[in-house]
Design a protein around this ligand. Structure first.
Ligand code: NDP
Length: 486
């Protein structure tokens, strides 16, 4: 790899790396070994202030450029990201622990897709003409919001930076992005590449830190929009803080999504869906289908096939491309998962496979499957955010739909069945923002992504993201005389 794991400085502000050693030290840990691979500093007030003032100074001129010019820069950044995919993937693997086999196809590539997609859309962001009779008319203008703050979770640092940055910039906004303190490295490269592609300084700034840095950014009166990817408890706090300033928000939060498998489903395909929806990225995916409802008649066949297929999970050096199952991101996260595994056993769920932490450095735990899980168990109600699948039985369609929806979350839901009429009936009934039929966890940039209920507000990706990074100004134009009552 050509990148040093230790970046030149902690933050990327106003088109360059910036350091302030007065900030608390952030140790970056490689999850596969537990080794410290870089040391950064949390952003101080001075760094945050420079991020805000440089963003404000650059934003108006950026918004005044044509969409074609803005889009060209974003698409150039997409090309650079693709050219450097291998190096960026190696860095992402060090940041998150996710195996290179995954990062090569799901991180910088997904970020590049967002830059290319929104770069392509930038030139066609227009208002409309509304005729009002007698020659009078109105028109709408689509305007940038101004300064947007993006706050990321640790599971997809490159992708989250791009999913937020690309639509924000396409619409003419500036963005300050705060990665999770656990995975601070990758977003710096996104900023560097955007500037290399021609993005004027100040428009995409990266500042490091915990909620102590995110908090002041959210409440700063100069910030117009906040987009958070994180947990429901953080979302509640950030949403409330943003509401004080009547700011626009996008909240991409957690879930406990249902995946329903009927007895007519192709068994191997359904097992693949359940594996993708529980064990990809070691289960650290917000939309995971962690409540797997399996129709009674095929339950044991499903569990037998699943157990067999899980033997194909290969742990080891994440940089070895044949490894397909990595460590968890941190000691904190693996200990949360271990507590849930113990809780599941205590509650009487049947541990079918896995459940053990590996006796080695780093944060390794086996892919874990519980069967005979019931709706009221803690492991069936709370988001675990790790490689723990809960299998529940069901008898019929009406019953499983009601149980699938019996949760505060509403991020995603999936169904496997050969009966497409039933599949469409099920998705019409699911209380979830993102649904899958005979598939699970696809997230192409062309399709809106987001949750309902406690899982969030707004949508990322697709044309719908534009509405969350711009607002309409309506302009009335009278060509005849303006009259009044007196
Ligand atoms: P957290 O909610 O703990 O943190 C999310 C981000 O918010 C982090 O950058 C965090 O900083 C920051 N933060 C924490 N407190 C505040 C605050 N008061 N003000 C401003 N910012 C704050 O989530 P995790 O990082 O643990 O990520 C896991 C969660 O994210 C899961 O619940 C998962 O479901 C959800 N998620 C949702 C996705 C979606 O698209 N719907 C996608 C991916 C994950 P720091 O952690 O550095 O202190």
């Amino acid at each position: 790899m050509t990148y040093d794991l230790q970046p030149p400085a902690s933050h990327y502000v106003n088109g360059r790396y910036v350091e302030d050693t007065a900030g608390a030290v952030i140790e970056v840990i490689y999850p596969a070994t537990g080794a410290v691979i870089a040391k950064l500093h949390e952003a101080t007030e001075a760094v945050i202030e420079e991020a805000i003032t440089s963003a404000l100074a650059a934003q108006k001129a950026w918004a005044a450029m044509s969409g074609t010019e803005r889009g060209r820069i974003l698409r150039r950044a997409a090309d650079i990201m693709r050219e450097r995919n291998h190096d960026l993937s190696v860095l992402e693997t060090h940041d998150t622990g996710k195996p290179l086999q995954e990062t090569l196809v799901a991180d910088a590539t997904s970020g590049a897709d967002a830059l290319e997609y929104f770069g392509g859309l930038a030139a066609s962001l227009t208002g409309e003409h509304i005729p009002l009779g007698d020659g009078n008319f109105a028109y709408t203008m689509r305007e940038a919001l101004g300064l947007c703050v993006g706050i990321g979770a640790w599971n997809y640092p490159t992708q989250i930076a791009c999913w937020k940055g690309a639509p924000a910039l396409a619409c003419g906004n500036a963005m300050i992005f705060k990665p999770s303190e656990t995975t601070p490295l990758s977003a710096l490269k996104v900023a560097e590449i955007l500037v290399e592609a021609g993005l004027p300084a100040g428009l995409f700034n990266v500042v490091q830190g915990t909620g102590k840095v995110g908090g002041p950014l959210v409440t700063d009166p100069r910030v117009n929009k906040v987009s958070l990817t994180g947990s429901v408890p953080t979302g509640r706090k950030v949403y409330a803080a943003a509401a004080e300033g009547m700011k626009h928000v996008t909240m991409e939060l957690g879930g406990k999504s249902p995946l329903v498998i009927f007895d007519d489903a192709d068994l191997d395909s359904a097992v693949s869906g359940a594996i993708n929806g529980n064990f990809y990225s070691t289960g650290q995916v917000c939309s995971n289908g962690t409540r797997v409802f399996v129709q009674k008649g095929i339950k044991e066949a499903f569990l037998a096939r699943l157990t067999e297929r899980l033997k194909g999970a290969k742990m080891g050096d994440p940089l070895d491309e044949s490894v397909n199952f990595g460590p968890m991101v941190s000691e904190n996260q693996i200990s949360i998962v271990e507590r849930y595994v113990a809780k599941g056993q205590e509650e009487g769920a049947r541990l079918v496979t896995g459940g053990k932490r590996l006796d080695q450095d780093g944060y390794w735990i086996e892919p874990t499957v519980f069967a005979d899980v019931t709706d009221d168990m803690v492991i069936a109600r709370e988001e675990i955010f790790g490689p723990v699948m809960c299998v529940l039985d069901f008898e019929d369609e009406a019953e499983v739909l009601a149980r699938a929806n019996d949760t505060e979350f509403g991020l995603a839901a999936g169904v496997f069945t050969a009966d497409l009429t039933r599949a469409h009936r099920m998705v019409a009934g699911f209380e979830a923002g993102t649904c899958f039929i005979n598939s699970y966890n696809d997230a192409p940039v062309e399709v809106p992504f987001g949750g309902s209920k406690m899982s969030g507000v707004g949508r990322e990706n697709a044309k719908s993201a534009i509405n969350h990074y711009s607002e309409l100004k309506s302009v009335f134009v009278r060509l005849d005389a303006c009259e009044a009552a007196f």
